[in-house]
Design a protein around this ligand. Structure first.
Ligand code: TNX
Length: 500
């Protein structure tokens, strides 16, 4: 394809599969030569990434949604750029369950990911605090599960409440639009339906999903505070059939080969107390509640595999007894692990022959504070500065080359307990997501040898691009006055465990 203006030259877009022989489908080459520009990619995705490279060359103005000068002459020196990503999975997680992000905000985030050559949007669609996806067979999931009466303001230990009701959900057409918009930008949207923990919104909508022989689940409402919730799904046929119905609709909407089923932070107290759960364990020959959890995960792993999809789960999916012979209890070979509690889960999964996405909370959880001190808005977690993120290395040391190949890539996660709107998400995400994008795209040297000073110099230009894109990033000198949240309790730094 050629976009040509006879007076000013033209831009030639080409798919050249041979460019990807060694470097994969996103490899591209951008050639600027006088009035002619050629953007060649190993695939359409490669051409798209090359176009982003070209946009960077043009300068900040090219990141606005419309030209600001009527007759803009773009001047570029002759140059050839050949590039390809280090990792195939360059992701960001958006938690739209704790705080709903309306559709327009998600589309905008897809633009921001595309500008940073990220290619996976992991949408965390369900949690205790809200269910965000329309499901035709189960209308109460959104009629009831998408709304909560009020929200904890700040960390769960904060005494403050935001007394405004909160909620929202995506209709099926919203999701189709999001998925199509992402596809135009060569971004895969990976849906997450979190089970068997993090499910109180679903139980509030359908009390039969909970452990009805332990608590009166009809009294539960969508959760209004944060933390790990004891109210988990009951391991019953009713629950399995219910979630098969949900996932059937999820598969219709999301073409992603990967479907995330959560699996994290499922307290076992109710299962221990539940005669029904114990009967299930006896019937299935399961030794304890940990094995019951892996039985649950295994069910959906096989269910997804039978439909040609791959399960992704948080690293808890590695736990749960010896049924499969050791660490990984009977997961299908395609099952993939999001390593979030540090690197250990990723290492164990890679050694057991599973693919891995590295997203250790100590390093790339962007809800965590980006500087010490009281100025950061609602600071939680570890201090992870821009430099820390720039020095993030996705492949854990100690893996053999074959094991290291199991690391599909990495993901930065934006959990939104303390990020109630788009500005707050922007503040936590940027500029750190720019550093993350470089660590997953470029073959950087070992963390200690990375040239952060050079990155910071390039950030000067990049801040101008972020301004043009309308991003409410954290300025290098600290938050602007209106970006602070004086009086809203975060989590004191004292007592935070060391980063390992
Ligand atoms: C842990 S990451 C969680 C999330 C929280 C996050 C806050 C994971 C699998 N579970 O539910 O939002 O920490 O940083």
């Amino acid at each position: 394809m050629c976009i040509r203006d006879s007076a000013n030259g033209g831009v030639l877009l080409r798919v050249l599969p041979e460019l990807g022989a060694e470097d994969g489908p996103e490899a591209h080459r951008v050639v600027v030569d006088g009035h002619l520009v050629e953007i060649a990619g190993a695939s359409e995705a490669g051409v798209f990434r090359g176009a982003q490279t070209f946009r960077q060359m043009l300068g900040p103005e090219a990141f606005r949604r419309a030209p600001v000068s009527a007759k803009r002459a773009w001047e570029l020196p002759p140059v050839v750029v050949e590039d390809a990503p280090r990792f195939a999975w360059r992701g960001a997680l958006l938690d739209v369950a704790r705080h709903f992000m309306p559709k327009g905000g998600v589309l905008r985030y897809l633009d921001l990911l595309a500008a940073h050559k990220l290619n996976v949007l992991h949408l965390h669609l369900t949690d205790d605090q809200g269910w965000r996806l329309q499901v035709d067979r189960c209308p109460r999931l959104t009629e009831v599960g998408a709304w909560r009466a009020r929200s904890k303001l700040g960390h769960r230990a904060s005494p403050l409440w935001d007394e405004r009701p909160h909620g929202g959900y995506y209709t099926k057409d919203d999701i189709r639009e999001i998925v199509a918009y992402a596809a135009e930008r060569h971004i895969t949207v990976v849906p997450e339906i979190d089970v068997p923990g993090h499910s109180q919104a679903a139980i509030a909508a359908y009390p039969e999903l909970g452990n009805t022989d332990v608590i009166d689940t009809t009294t539960l409402s969508v959760w209004d505070t944060w933390g790990i919730n004891p109210n988990v799904l009951a391991p019953t046929d009713t629950t399995l059939a219910f979630y098969e119905n949900v996932l059937t609709e999820v598969l219709d909407l999301f073409p992603s080969p990967f479907v995330h089923i959560g699996g994290d932070e499922c307290p076992k107290g109710q299962w221990k107390a539940s005669p029904a759960a114990r009967a299930r364990m006896a019937a299935e020959g399961l030794a304890d509640e940990e094995e019951l959890q892996s039985w649950f995960i295994r069910h959906f792993d096989r269910w997804l595999a039978a439909r040609g999809r791959r399960l992704v789960g948080w690293d808890e999916i590695l736990e749960g007894g010896t049924l499969g012979g050791g660490l990984t209890p009977g997961l299908t070979p395609g099952a993939t692990v999001s390593s979030w509690r540090g690197r250990a889960g990723g290492i164990a999964a890679a050694r057991a022959g599973h693919d891995v996405i590295m997203c250790p909370e100590q390093e790339v959880y962007l809800d965590h504070r980006q500087a010490p001190g009281d100025d950061e808005p609602v600071p939680i977690g570890w201090v992870r500065t821009l430099e820390d993120v720039y020095r993030f290395e996705p492949v854990p040391s100690g893996l053999s080359p074959a094991e290291a190949d199991r690391v599909l890539g990495a993901q930065a996660n934006l959990w939104t307990e303390v990020m109630e709107n788009q500005q707050r998400v922007d503040y936590q995400a940027f500029p750190r997501l720019a550093a993350f994008a470089e660590t997953v795209w470029s073959p950087l040297p070992a963390p200690a040898e990375r040239d952060f000073a050079s990155f910071e110099r390039r950030m000067t230009t990049h801040y101008a691009r972020l301004d043009a894109l309308g991003v409410d990033y954290r300025p290098p000198g600290g938050p602007r006055p209106w970006q602070r949240r004086p009086g809203v309790l975060g989590r004191p730094l004292e007592g935070a465990p060391p980063i390992v």
